[in-house]
Design a protein. Structure first.
Length: 336
């Protein structure tokens, strides 16, 4: 399926396809989503089939504005209204008790629903033209890197999607922050561009973190997620230099490097992508850079650890989930 420029006609067609229960991929400010009519269980099932995603992994429902909040959730606490009014449209997803009309297919059988108003003109136009909620996970195959450009969606899903709207590169580049307000105490389920302390300061309440045994219900929390197919390792600058030197002598592997420091040179004959210095620019580039290395003829991707301050929390979370092996000085590079 070739991406189409998201002009007015394309947006009307997208809304029509959604009404017919078809799948439409569209840009948001975070990543591209694979959308279906959130009130149509058959359409929603198509999302799971296209992605190869287990049916108990719930989807985010994208809504046109905060005014439609109560069509999707019940017992909405005051802090949810506050957060929504402040951060929407924006890269924040709020989990609440679901409205009885929300199909169980959307929520993976749970009685909570994840909601967000995306901050992207194309996403908002499609939502307005469609006039209801659109269930949309990231438009990638299960456990793969999320798409941040229309061409990535084409690469991931090919003809499994009925239309791909091209709205250029996603500005944020990482998935939304998820806050669960359905229980006794607010919890951060997934870090994103809106940070834990942004929310804590705004609400004047502490966010808790989820327990390990809940991971199955939140695939974004799974250990290996957002992963390239090529073996990917996270390492310190010193470890990286050492491995590159060793490999220059042994010439065992074709290595690709996602570098943070500027002084990782091309001298080792490996492919080096130098990443931006700010957390938000790094986030914007991360998935497309990993995808580019993954598509190259490379045996191993080495990622140089960026800073670990709060500005980098979402990036570090995704890096951890992209790397199947944590680097140790003892372990040999191996593609096993
Ligand atoms: O930025 C984003 O959030 C993108 C764009 C397309 O909006 N969407 C996205 O969707 O990342 P997905 O399906 O790749 O990730 C959705 C996350 C999962 O980690 C899922 O477990 C969580 O949202 N989620 C959805 N419904 C939930 C619920 N009822 N309770 C807890 N977590 C939920
Ligand atoms: Mg995803």
């Amino acid at each position: 399926m070739n991406p189409v420029i998201a002009d007015e006609a394309a947006i009307l067609k997208a809304a029509d396809l959604l009404r017919q229960g078809r799948l439409v991929a569209f840009p948001t400010e975070t990543v591209y989503g694979l959308g279906a009519d959130a009130k149509n269980p058959e359409a929603v099932k198509r999302i799971f089939a296209a992605k190869g995603r287990p049916v108990d992994h719930p989807l985010i429902v994208h809504i046109p504005d905060v005014a439609t909040f109560e069509d999707w959730a019940i017992e909405i606490p005051e802090i949810a209204w506050k957060l929504a009014k402040h951060f929407w449209p924006g890269p924040l997803t709020i989990v609440l008790k679901k409205h009885p009309d929300v199909p169980m297919e959307v929520t993976g059988g749970q009685n909570t629903v994840a909601l967000r108003v995306p901050n992207h003109p194309v996403a908002l136009s499609v939502l307005q033209a469609f006039g209801s909620g659109i269930a949309a996970p990231s438009a990638n195959r299960f456990c793969r890197i999320s798409p941040t450009q229309a061409s990535h969606v084409e690469e991931e899903l090919g003809d499994k999607v009925d239309m791909i709207l091209d709205g250029g590169a996603c500005q944020v580049g990482l998935e939304s922050t998820i806050v669960d307000l359905s229980g006794e105490r607010p919890r951060l389920l997934r870090p994103g561009q809106i940070s834990k302390s942004d929310i804590e300061q705004f609400l004047q309440v502490k966010l808790e973190l989820p327990e390990n045994n809940e991971q199955i219900h939140a695939p974004g929390l799974m250990e290996v997620h957002y992963a390239p197919e090529t073996q990917t390792m996270l390492c310190t600058t010193v470890q990286l230099q050492k491995k590159l030197q060793e490999n220059t002598i042994q010439k065992k592997y074709k290595i690709g490097v996602l570098a943070y420091s500027k002084n990782i040179s091309q001298q080792y004959g490996v492919q080096v992508l130098i990443m931006p210095k700010s957390g938000s620019d790094y986030a914007h580039n991360l998935y497309s850079s990993l995808r580019a290395l993954d598509n190259d003829d490379i045996d191993i991707i080495l990622v140089e650890q960026p800073p670990q301050t709060e500005e980098w929390q979402a990036v570090n979370d995704r890096l951890k989930k992209s790397t199947k092996v944590m680097f140790s000085d003892k372990n040999e590079l191996s593609t096993g």
